[in-house]
Design a protein around this ligand. Structure first.
Ligand code: NAD
Length: 473
């Protein structure tokens, strides 16, 4: 029996799209088919694989309108959908260009411990399961899949069941490139399909929540396969005395409110040195109040709806908790239903305390709690006090900001700007604490995640080694 995913439109609340779920039982057949092409994909070499990826990029560009339209309907926002598509294309172009150089094995060399020759001969990691979330549906479905393919792996991708409309046009683009269709398969479904992927994979790249990340880590541990986890965040921006207040407020408004705050690397806490707290909070509230909802039409404003209904509930509960404990909204402050969609006007909160859920738990919405701090140490103590360690930002005089940034317990810190890892992808970084596990997904070295290192150790001498058992007299 075919099961169907019914998909909610975040602007209308209507379930207006259906897609067949890939049954978990189908996954072993998919895996067998992909594994059957693994050797020829690796043997083709990095240049040939890069050429295939470049042809796929052309096929994606030919479907640009349909893919972007699907993303727009599933997410309810336009500008970010266009940026997302362009970023996904940029990701393919970058790996197609750089992978052949990055995958070139170093020449053989002499060992420094024995007179032996060492030759690197790495091999693809195998079949990679990519499981992704709904906030940037296409970008995050492809962000690990592309370097994995470039590295010679075969890949199964499962985009989020919340936003799967782009799967159909995406599948069409893959069908246009037969060599790619042999090694890349897109499935549709939720947790059961995702779990079945893990059962057939050699490694998992997961992007999603900490809660699901734990389940996936356990599943991978059972199977003794690597799990590369990119999880949630609660990024702090520290604002030091001496900044240009207007510029900083504009930057933090973007860093916290773009994509309606539905980004792992959104600024979710703003920690401001006391002398500028009042003027800064007012400037930030003015920025937030100036941002219009993209309602009733897509082009009316820049803040889209809450994409996932359950996330709107989380935001609502966190706001209730904050108001009960004394927070004040300088803008926004609630989830509202307009035309069947769930919306949250950009929200700036003051009178917040470190124990409020809005300061400790991931919000994933357009909410910026602003807290006054006694100084750098106090700001750092609050910034580093959550379970998360994804990224952060520091605004201040250059040298002081640099020093404070080095003490933040997270993997990427924007200095005098916000959320720069969304724009700059070539700096290597890891997720700290519960925000993730594994080597950097960003930067050139990330492709190495998809190769197993193998070494050939050759003894050029044909005489007996001194450590062997000695011949008996
Ligand atoms: P989620 O954890 O609910 O789901 C993510 C994916 O996991 C979905 O495709 C889902 O079907 C799948 N899944 C759920 N249970 C599974 C299981 N048992 N086995 C296998 N697959 C399973 O996350 P979400 O709500 O879709 O996304 C929001 C979260 O993603 C936020 O926490 C956000 O911070 C995080 N995120 C992180 C990054 C990053 O790079 N660190 C980027 C974007 C989003």
């Amino acid at each position: 029996m075919t099961h169907i995913l019914k998909i909610r439109n975040p602007r209308t609340g209507a379930y207006d799209y259906e897609l067949a779920i890939t049954a978990p039982e189908e996954l072993s057949g998919v895996a067998t088919r992909l594994r059957g092409h693994a050797l020829e994909w690796e043997a083709a070499g990095a240049d040939a694989r890069a050429t295939v990826l470049a042809r796929w990029k052309d096929a994606l560009l030919a479907e640009r309108t349909n893919l972007i339209d699907a993303l727009i309907v599933d997410t309810g926002r336009k500008r970010e959908s266009i940026m997302e598509f362009d970023s996904a294309i940029g990701n393919i172009a970058r790996w197609a260009e750089r992978a052949p150089m990055l995958l070139t094995e170093a020449p053989s060399r002499d060992s420094i411990v024995r007179p032996m020759k060492l030759t690197a001969a790495s091999t693809p990691l195998g079949l990679i399961a990519v499981i992704s979330p709904w906030n940037f549906p296409m970008l995050l479905a492809l962000i690990d899949a592309v370097p994995a393919l470039a590295a010679g792996c075969t890949v199964i991708v499962k985009p989020s069941e919340v936003t799967p409309r782009f799967i159909e046009p995406l599948r069409r683009t893959i069908a246009c490139v037969p060599e790619l269709a042999n090694v890349l398969h897109i499935v549709a479904g939720g947790a059961a399909t995702g779990a079945a992927m893990i059962d057939v994979a050699d490694a998992v790249c997961f992007t999603g929540s900490v809660a699901t990340g734990r389940v996936i880590a356990r599943h991978c541990a059972e199977r003794l396969i690597p799990a590369f986890l990119e999880l949630g965040g609660k990024d702090a921006a520290i604002v030091l005395d001496g900044v240009d207040i207007a510029r900083t407020a504009r930057a933090i408004a973007w860093g916290g409110l773009a994509n309606a705050g539905q980004s792992c690397l959104s600024i979710e806490r703003v920690l401001v040195e006391a002398p500028i707290f009042k003027s800064f909070s007012e400037a930030l509230a003015a920025e937030a109040n100036a941002l219009e909802l993209a309602y009733p039409s897509l082009d009316d404003g820049v803040i889209g709806p809450m994409i996932a209904e359950r996330q709107a509930e989380t935001i609502s509960k966190q706001l209730d908790d904050a108001f009960t404990k004394g927070a004040t909204a300088l803008s926004g402050g609630k989830i509202e239903n307009f035309g069947g969609g769930l919306w949250c006007k950009p929200t700036v909160l003051t009178n917040v305390t470190a124990d409020m859920k809005i300061m400790t738990d991931e919000t994933f919405g357009p909410v910026l709690p602003v807290m006054a701090c006694r100084g750098q140490e106090h700001a750092l103590q609050i910034a580093n006090s959550t379970e998360f360690g994804l990224s952060g930002a520091v605004f201040g005089p250059r040298e002081t900001a640099d020093a404070v940034a080095r003490l933040m317990d997270c993997g990427a810190i924007s200095i005098n700007d916000a959320a720069l890892t969304a724009i700059v992808h070539d700096g290597e970084k890891q997720a700290f604490k519960h925000s993730g596990l594994g080597a950097s997904r960003m930067g050139d070295s990330s492709i190495a995640r998809f190769r197993r290192r193998r070494i050939l150790i050759e003894n050029p001498s044909l005489s007996n080694d001194p450590w062997w058992f000695q011949a008996r007299p």
